[in-house]
Design a protein. Structure first.
Length: 133
């Protein structure tokens, strides 16, 4: 996914850095919009669509993007009603078990301290959901 972004922008170090920062800010902005929607009808679906959009960026080489993906994933899981969590568990994009495994890997091996902190929260959330269901 990242390679396609950089190809469209003409890849160089400066452009890549700017695009990474812009993309991470766009993700945070979309999360903010969803937070403003709160519990309005359709918010869960929008949250899932945002998650599906950002999930391929989870292993980015850029910590800004990994942080944004972690933040969005935590938000999505936290805000979904229980039927939404069931949807996430059966979702072909990223079953909750895969999310938990990714969070554990990130918590243990990511070089970025903030990513490791977010991953720890995410791993605790996914384990609690897996224990419930």
């Amino acid at each position: 996914v990242e390679d396609r972004i950089w190809k469209t922008m003409g890849k160089n170090d400066h452009t890549e850095s700017d695009a990474t920062m812009l993309l991470s800010k766009v993700i945070y902005t979309l999360i903010s919009f969803l937070q403003c929607c709160n519990k309005y009808p359709g918010t869960s679906q929008l949250s899932m669509q945002l998650f599906e959009l950002i999930w391929p960026l989870r292993d980015s080489k850029y910590p800004e993007l990994r942080r944004a993906v972690l933040h969005c994933t935590v938000y999505t899981i936290n805000e979904l009603p229980s039927d939404g969590v069931l949807l996430l568990m059966s979702n072909n994009v990223a079953p909750i078990i895969e999310i938990s495994q990714w969070a554990e890997k990130t918590r243990n091996f990511d070089p970025d301290t903030e990513c490791r902190r977010h991953a720890e929260v995410l791993q605790q959330m996914t384990k609690s959901f897996l224990n419930i269901f």
